[in-house]
Design a protein around this ligand. Structure first.
Ligand SMILES: Cc1cc2nc3c(=O)[nH]c(=O)nc-3n(C[C@H](O)[C@H](O)[C@H](O)COP(=O)(O)O)c2cc1C
Length: 355
């Protein structure tokens, strides 16, 4: 199935495995790439040296193109962009809108730039700045998320920009892929569905929590870092929501210190990142400080398997996912379902549309 996305990045199928902190490492990314999807490494939770090693590991496991996700507002974004260029990575994916200069530098070096956005005006901005495509995440998507549902946001963005649009938020099967194409998208991007594969390194006990969840067990809270964040409901989320501001800040300071050690950032680097985060947003310093909570609480679950101490970022779609296929099985299944749906829609004896 060829679309503007498969042509742009050179993958077999119009499916993206998105960058997820602590989850989208070399094993998941290379499995997704070998299955014919675009695998994207999450780099915000890696040091620059770890990112270089991860890129080389993916390269040793696959010849297929892949991408790296980075935070456009990170103090060392320019250094990470240079690494992407030097290592010949095909795609740069951004959690927030990158600057016009950063887009130009990457594109001049032949890197395909695909920011993730959650609002039409952001899509219009990055398209005007030269982004090659956008991933549009509707509110049902996992992790930091917006309020507008995919079914409303996607056609809005498709109508607003002339670059390929990849639909994210709530996708898990071939029906969803065909629906996204019908809206005018060039493919789908999935986070939660790829987290729940046998190739993902997330501990089994954590995967079991996702499989157990129903659609109403996925919630949006601002208690972790001050920004709307979609995740599984848990005792931890309830206690964060109950905790007063002072306790939340004390915990954030501890996490900021631990994250500084882990990420190899200096305090001045962290303050620079904080300033960049604040820039142009209505964030207080306490919210900026709380942001260090996210990587640490995500690591506790995604790496250490602590379902009691960690945050389990998740799309609503976790409520309808019940198995752990390999990436090859998943991509094969989605494509087979999509083809079957297209055949059914084209069949002369298909029932007429209602109404
Ligand atoms: C555990 C988890 C971690 C995530 N971490 C990141 C991240 O580091 N950077 C990013 O741009 N998006 C991140 N996201 C959002 C995903 O990349 C993706 O846009 C989202 O999961 C799509 O919605 P879906 O879960 O319904 O497929 C994360 C999502 C999850 C579930």
């Amino acid at each position: 199935m060829e679309t503007a996305l498969t042509r742009l990045v050179g993958v077999r199928y119009p499916i993206v495995q998105t960058g997820m902190g602590w989850v989208a490492g070399p094993r998941l990314v290379s499995a997704a790439a070998n299955a014919g999807a675009l695998g994207i490494l999450a780099s915000a939770t890696m040091t620059v040296d770890q990112l270089r090693a991860a890129v080389r590991e993916v390269r040793s496991r696959t010849e297929a193109p892949f991408g790296v996700n980075l935070r456009a507002d990170a103090g060392d974004a320019a250094e990470r962009a240079r690494l992407i260029i030097d290592e010949g990575v095909r795609v740069a994916s951004f959690a927030l809108a990158p600057s016009r200069e950063l887009i130009a530098r990457l594109k001049d070096a032949g890197v395909v730039v695909i920011p993730s956005i959650g609002a039409r005006r952001h899509a219009e901005k990055v398209a005007a700045w030269g982004a090659d495509a956008v991933i549009v995440q509707g509110g049902e998507g996992g992790g930091h998320t917006g309020e507008v549902a995919t079914t409303v946001l996607l056609p809005q963005v498709v109508d607003a920009v002339d670059i390929p649009v990849v639909a994210a938020g709530g996708f898990h099967d071939g029906r969803g892929l065909v629906a996204a194409l019908a809206y005018g998208a060039a493919g789908i991007a999935m986070g939660t569905r790829f987290l729940l594969t046998s190739d993902s390194t997330v501990p089994d006990a954590v995967k079991a929590e996702y499989l157990k969840a129903g659609v109403r067990d996925v919630t949006v809270t601002t208690a972790v870092d001050g920004l709307p964040h979609r995740m599984l409901r848990s005792d931890l989320v309830a206690s964060l929501e109950r905790a007063g501001r002072t306790r939340a800040l004390a915990r954030a300071v501890r996490h900021a210190a631990r994250f500084r050690r882990l990420s190899g950032l200096s305090w001045s680097g962290m303050v620079r990142d904080g300033l960049a985060m604040k820039h142009g947003k209505e964030l207080s310093w306490s919210q900026v400080l709380l942001a260090a909570n996210t990587p640490m609480l995500l690591k506790a679950s995604m790496v250490e398997g602590r379902t009691d101490l960690g945050v389990m970022a998740s799309g609503q779609v976790a409520g309808v996912i019940e198995d752990l296929p390999s990436c090859a099985e998943l991509v094969g299944r989605v494509m087979a379902e999509a083809r079957a749906v297209l055949v059914r829609l084209n069949a002369p004896d298909a029932p007429p549309p209602p109404g």
